[in-house]
Design a protein around this ligand. Sequence first.
Ligand code: NAP
Ligand code: MG
Length: 520
Amino acid sequence: MSEKKKFKVTYSTLASPDPLLHQYYDAAVIEAKAGFGKTFPMLIGGEKRFAEKTFAKTSPIDTDMVMGYFQYGSEQDAHDAIAAARAAFPGWRDTPWQERVAIMRKAADLISDRLFHMAAVMSIEIGKNRLEALGDVEETADLIRYNCDALEKNEGYIRPLLSESERHHNRSVLKPYGVWVVISPFNFPAALAGGPSGAALVAGNAVVLKPATDTPYTAWLLAECFRDAGVPDGVFNYITGSGRVVGQTLLDDPEVDGVTFTGSYDVGMHILRQFAQGKYPRPVIAEMGGKNPVIISKNADLDKAAMGVMRSAFGLQGQKCSAASRVYVHQEVKDPFMEKLLGLTEQINVGDPTDKANWMGPVANKGAYEDYQRYVADLREHGRIIYGGETLPGNGYYVAPTIVDDLPLDHPLWKEEMFLPIVTIAPFEKLEDAMTWANDVDYGLTAGFFSEDDEEIQWWLDNIEAGVLYVNRASGATTGAWPGYQSFGGWKGSGSTGKAAGSFYYLPQYMHEQSQTIVD
Ligand code: NAP
Ligand code: MG
């Protein structure tokens, strides 16, 4: 296998994949399946930890397929993980930052080396198609590399300050907070666990990761990369179990110094409110949901618009925080736009996403499958479903991509994140109205605009309220950020810090500033 060609996966590699990429992925799926059925431990203080109970992780592709058994961690396990991180913190903090960078670069390289295995497991774990899964894994490595680069470029964030005289030696130093909890969602099981963990670690914090209950396997593979790269015992801990029990216990522990949460608005706001009641302020980086709008002007190239909307509404079954879920299209171009969107949507194959032919896989779990049926019933009653609206055959959670027209603008589903392959579409007469509707939600994550008129584009950029904007992007109207190329973070109810991942201001959030004035 040492002969295996190395791939540098980026969005451009994925746009026209090498046939070898498919061959390696197909082999990795067979290999991954052959290894299913094992029991996986938690990792606390460098030791394998087994809980009293385990849970079976099944695949949404085929609900009879058990991938492995994972620990149902207890409150005690959560406290022990925090204690292990606390004990390991001073040694890691005092490790020269250059050494921390070297270890984290090694971790990133191990992730890239294990690309195909991790992507195969992820596809089966959460129903992600091959190219999206490969992208998620490689994005994880790139997020880690990005933050290593940031620490290097800023020379460890140790900077001179002004000095009153020659006798004064003044400097600003960013130092790690201490124990950092990372709670990750199911939809980007590698990138949103590994990205924040990597940032916290390279900055010098000790980490406890609690992945979503739907995605413990990918997170375990990530934990192995950190361990194998030489992250010391206790500096990175991996704990599984329910968010309400293990997640909540981690957050309740007063030894926690900071948190990165990525997930729904409700849980994120709950964490923010809880932390505001602590003895003193502690940082919470909360990356939350989206209700991402697309506006299509009468001056749009409708081929670009239809392709961009189709890809962003239905990619990963609409379960990206950046998914396009609302489209406002100028009434004069609505009919031709709908025709093009329908034409593209009809070509989507839904099925086992490890099969190259299928662009859409199943939705993540039973809850999402039931939500889909409930939403569709509501949308059928109050609007008009012009495509989809049905569950599909198979022993997994398969649903059709769904396009909804004629939904009254005061219907609650224009504002609620459904997190499913459902897009609602409304006509507008004046661009100003579309802008008002687009901004009239509690979210502000991503947004898309289609127009060939430069003045209109500038007006849209000046007025839309969201953290990630795309204009005329056929490869994804609202989706598809890559570290260093697009900063990714939300405004309003989509994010708590106003700073984005994969960009200049992310890493400093994992450290607090200290000025040091020394007089000779
Ligand atoms: P979720 O239900 O909010 O869960 C996220 C994580 O929080 C999971 O690990 C969950 O554990 C844990 N959790 C739940 N209740 C908790 C509690 N009381 N205390 C501590 N932890 C708790 O979100 P999801 O369904 O996994 O992911 C979908 C959501 O994430 C969507 O809203 C999406 O928009 C958002 N998202 C946002 C971004 C962004 O960058 N802004 C990126 C991706 C996804 P369990 O799984 O065990 O319940
Ligand atoms: Mg959830």
